[in-house]
Design a protein around this ligand. Sequence first.
Ligand code: GDP
Ligand code: MG
Length: 698
Amino acid sequence: MAKVRVFALAKELGLKSSSLIKALNHMGVPNLTPASAIDGETAVAVRELLMEQLAKARERAKEAEQPEAPVAETVSEPQQAPVAPPVEADVAQQQEVAAAVPEPDDESEIKEREQELAMLERQIAGHGFGPSHPAAYSSIEDLEQRIAQVEATADAEPRPDAVLPLPELAKRHSGPRPETATEVPAVVTVLGHVDHGKTSLLDALRNTRVVAGESGGITQHIGASELEVNGKRIVFIDTPGHQAFTAIRARGAQITDVAVLIVAADDGIMPQTVEAINHAKAADVPIIVAINKCDLPTANPERVKQQLLEHELVPEEWGGETIVVEISATTGQGLDDLVEMLLLVGEVQELWADPTADFVGVVIEAGVATSEGAVCTLLTRNGTLRVGDSLVAGSHFGRVRRLRDWTGKSVKEMDPGRPVEVIGLSGTPDAGEIVTRAAGPKEAREIASAREEQARQHDIEASRAAALRELFAGMRSGEVEQLSVIIKADVYGSAQALEANLMDLDSRLDEVDIEVIHVGVGPVTESDVMLARASEAIILAFRVDYAPAVSQTAEVEGVEIRPYQIIYEVLDDIVAAVSGMLKPVVETRPIGKAEVLQIFRSSRAGVVAGCRVVEGRLQRNAKINVVRNGESVHQGTLNSLRRFEQDVSQVEAPAECGVATEGYRGWQVGDIIEATIEVEMERRVSLTGEMKVQRDHG
Ligand code: GDP
Ligand code: MG
């Protein structure tokens, strides 16, 4: 049976993909994306089940709209009671009612299947698919809203705004959607190897798809642009390459909703393509692959798809999850498909912002124009930005003198989710800096200087966190359990060997994950540093150099670059580090044996066993196991150890002593006492295997 894509099925059912994914999730089909293909049989089952549920929901909604329809209280009508939970039912009530599904008195097989179905229905009902009452939903939108509400309540956590780090403000919303919320466009970044067609693609999209009237001769004005298709917008970030992408992320702000990975069909996957893939993956951004230049006679899109497999991007047509579109920026082939996919992925994320909220923006780029001073391109994330507003952007501030949209047209205000050019700031903030509004110019200045201090603190903390030994310390205390590394090497072979060794080490350890975020050939670049910063990774520079500027950036960003010449040095360091990260294990070790010779009572210690130590030693606070005729009769702690009427800490064989353990009076002559102690073992890892080293003698 043919496979069906999640979004197609959702469309068919009149649901949003995200809602369908949730439902499927509850039905035990995890890890789906809108582009996932589910097998035909599952699709049929889901279709039947959900159609039924939705039909019921819709029917009841319709009934509820009719004046003659039963009023809310008559919900206990027999034909409705089994599946329709009562008014404003909470989950418990819903389950109670659902549990009342009548059982067929036929064969047990049917019964079992019915119960299964009832369970599924209950699960769906519990998550908002089932109507809680006929009057509860007047439309499918209502139903979806209710799903959103249920999810929002589940996700909601108190987050005191006072301690909210700034980048947090620029994040996409989760949680209840206010009434004033509006849909916002998805933000797309195009990534790929040089000359594979990033600029050409953006130009082609703009030239053929900008709003009527604006098209023709549009020269892009700022580092971002907008596309409008069927009333839906997409925002493109045009700052070139993944370096800027990661630079923004390194500041803590993640603004990209979808990454388009462009690969030239005649050239295939190249080093910067790999970098781009790893940067997008590290950012956890969905990737759509655009195979460009398909118009060329030398184009070989199939080869590109093969190469994608090596990077865990399995094209949909081969059963994977990755959307791959074949395009040509020159002829326009496939661009409609690409745009459709972008809109789809955006739509599924249900992005929104609140124009009435406090203003938040993110700096995309900034520069100085001689006539106007600092010019800064922002992406507005929330609230509405207006001329005259006082802004703070990092350590810079100012009053907005002028606003321009991406085409260079002056505007009075800009709603959330869109790029805008701001004139009036005191300087040029870094890409990724968060912009907020202040009550007035004076407040803006104050906040800016407070923020500068905050940024300094943050940098100090970040550099502390990134240094290798601190990572280890964090791992030792159990705070950090991942060691992320970026490998840069002189030749591909050595990079691969190093990676293989690290992966081998990783597979032998449960407690820590060594994650190789990126492997590349050639000198360490600023882009590597930014990736390391954003992912809290260290850079292993194997027989490669780096420019002074790179080392300076690394210093500023608090990223550790560790240069190596010999492969074993790298491994030794990692091994030493990992060994520090392993939690010690506690081992029980036998220390000696004693035989009970006589029993006597002591007013101080209760019943005392007079023994002879026959092997090793007895030690106060050791664990003891009392063995009689080969069977254990008591286990406890050796509380009292005496020799010649004196308390002693240990007695070695051969010697006699008195032993007592709290609460045990059942000693018999002939019992054997086995003493053990617990030893904390520090674990070390060597390249040949795991080794344990005793830490102390407990
Ligand atoms: P970027 O470095 O990724 O921004 O790549 P450009 O957009 O500057 O494109 C590099 C070169 O490839 C330019 O000469 C473009 O004209 C050419 N190019 C881009 N897209 C296509 C395409 O679809 N077909 C063909 N034949 N050439 C293309
Ligand atoms: Mg370009």
